[in-house]
Design a binder for this molecule. Sequence first.
Ligand SMILES: CC1=C(/C=C/C(C)=C/C=C/C(C)=C/C=O)C(C)(C)CCC1
Ligand SMILES: [Fe+2]
Length: 290
Amino acid sequence: MSKLHYSQFYIGVCTLAALATMANINMASDNLIIVLALAVTFLGLPHGALDFAVAKSLNLVTSVSTAIRFVTIYSVVAATSISFWIWVPDIALVLFLCISAFHFSADWRATMPLFSRVGLACTLLCGPSVLYSATLTDLFTALLLTTQAANWVIQGMQITFYIGLCVFLYFIIQLPIHKKSLSVWQYSEWLTLLLSSIILNPLLHFGLYFCLLHSPKHLQDVGVKLHVSVKRAIAISLPFVILTIVLAAGLYELFASSNLSADLLRWIFIGLFGLTMSHMLLIHLWHGAD
Ligand SMILES: CC1=C(/C=C/C(C)=C/C=C/C(C)=C/C=O)C(C)(C)CCC1
Ligand SMILES: [Fe+2]
């Protein structure tokens, strides 16, 4: 599948999800969290699990000792980040949103200048705050923030959404002036992202973007640069995915509370925060070395 096919598939699934939402066919939020956990594990994690291969291509891993050093640094950064979230969840969430906007913006690094694509990434991350602020308050308090801190973050997200949207629209308006033409699919993908961020339940919106667009496009990118097929890329990442599941299951046994969906939600996002801090840094280095 090419990147275009991923975009088309993403647009198709989002359209169906939007139709279901408008027809009031909604999944119970507990079930949605379980589906999100499975999707993030099997579709989202593989893109981070290729980081070892990326590190090799950057010559950060050249021998057994450098491999051990890489895995150790990666794990220490993850553990430190998770502890940081538990210590100051509000600051950690704001940091996570800012770094993620920068990281997700790289999805369009071939088509857009930095400023505009960060604008688009801010819109897609902050869109849920426009119509789903009450849902976000629930999610953020489940992620250990106080209600007051959650509301502050949500207000910040609302402002960021409008600023990001203006920056992105300015880029779109400039396109004909610079006589640049992009495919109708590219425009459709952006419109879908915008609408999905506003209309769909925040977890559904994030899950669809992360699992059907960001992760597959990254797998494809790494595959092309490192000369491995997407199938092989998935095979390479499988041991890391299994290791993560085993670790998460072990930690779950230790720390489980009686509320499965709140636990899962914490594991998905606080876990993602831990894992993606190293991932985002490494991918930034990799794109810089391009
Ligand atoms: C917590 C949370 C959100 C933010 C998630 C982020 C910021 C995820 C970043 C993932 C990354 C960077 C993966 C890397 O490949 C949403 C969706 C706004 C709303 C629901 C709760
Ligand atoms: Fe990523």
